[in-house]
Design a protein around this ligand. Sequence first.
Ligand code: TXA
Ligand code: MG
Length: 334
Amino acid sequence: MDHSSKVLEANAANLNHCAGLLQSGKVVGMPTETVYGLAGNALDETSVRKIFDVKGRPLIDPLIVHFSNLEAAEAHIESNDSVRRLAEAFWPGPLTIVVPKKSSIPDIVTAALPSVAIRVPQHPVFRSILERLDFPLAAPSANPFGYVSPTLASHVAHTLGSRIQAVLDGGPCDFGLESTIIDLRKPEAPVILRHGPITETQINETLNVQVSSHIAPTDDGAAQSAPGLLTQHYSPNARVTLLPHGEASTSNTAPAPQIALICNQKPTWHADQPNIFWLSENGDLNEIAHNLFELIQRLDQQGYQQMRIEQACEVGLGQAINDRLRRAAAKLES
Ligand code: TXA
Ligand code: MG
């Protein structure tokens, strides 16, 4: 069934309507600068439970809480100087910080962890909604659990439209990849839990310490201290295989018609083949990130059984892109 009527233009009447839905405990699809989120009242256990239900997400996978500013967040966390420095440098924006929580954040939000992931988003539509509310919004990416994150309102309508009343349309998400997550539970030893648009180097320079990256697979059913580690994360229906960076533009064998080949940049050969795609004319990492999830979902809807995707150069934003690609490809290996 077509749920495109659930996509609402972000005008004042619809913003008021969606704020009202959230006030009455409903969940709403909303744009952020990273990906679309599925938002609900973070301080209301029933609303938060709905988010998990709609996504089909296990309760052991905690949610990010979105605030309008640092001050609003500090009412619900045990703050520290490193939080304030990162907030000053990157908020509003695509950085999520994990810190000890106060009891005002319900346990269901954090999967009973004593810490909460917080973020102040930049997208004007999301900010306009927060301004209309007197509570923060819990919002995971607005995809069915395990699928690729949505970067267009239509992605949300297509996958979750039968289970929600509204998706606010904020256009294509600027970054197209989920936020960077930094664990500041030990402020002297920050750990990147998920790579994203704010790079490791930017965080190192802001905190003046070397942060570490910790991504160790755990599938033991315990609440995760690092995110996105459940198997089958960010996976399309098609089978994904990866090509090393640089290989897509040097190989000159055209793929079979049922296989989509996705290159970083426009290849110099066979570019006229209908099943050869590129994420950026000239391999720009911001463009690759911006276009990646949209292209994957479009090709999935077209019914490709296999996607062969070239990895990005493993620097800066390329780390985040490759992290998502590895997770998409891990589906059939696990
Ligand atoms: O860009 C984003 O971060 C988007 C937009 C909507 O804000 N949200 C997003 O949420 O990607 P989600 O739920 O799809 O991914 C958040 C990740 C999860 O994998 C979760 O495990 C981790 O953050 N997380 C949440 N709370 C945590 C906590 N207290 N400690 C450690 N990890 C946490
Ligand atoms: Mg997600």
